[in-house]
Ligand binder design. Structure first.
Ligand SMILES: [Zn+2]
Length: 74
């Protein structure tokens, strides 16, 4: 194989590798950011306390009375 063609193929492989790494880390960081940003709101049916929990939860315990409440839906 010609040296020039081999160099071009090598450069394309390196570029593809870095593009793949960039995509992987970008998606991972975006997923992590979304996870931190997302909050679920809850209203305690026992004591009336309104609170938020980080992450995507369907139920969470009240910080005041520890009663398990369902997530508020808007
Ligand atoms: Zn409560």
């Amino acid at each position: 194989m010609d040296l020039q063609i081999a160099t071009v193929v090598y450069c394309l492989l390196v570029a593809a590798l870095f593009l793949g790494l960039w995509r992987y880390y970008d998606r991972r960081d975006h997923a992590r950011f979304e996870q931190e940003r997302r909050h679920a709101a809850f209203h305690c049916v026992r004591c009336g306390h309104t609170y938020a929990v980080q992450g995507d939860h369907e139920t969470a315990a009240c910080p005041r009375c520890a009663h398990e409440n369902a997530r508020l839906k808007f």
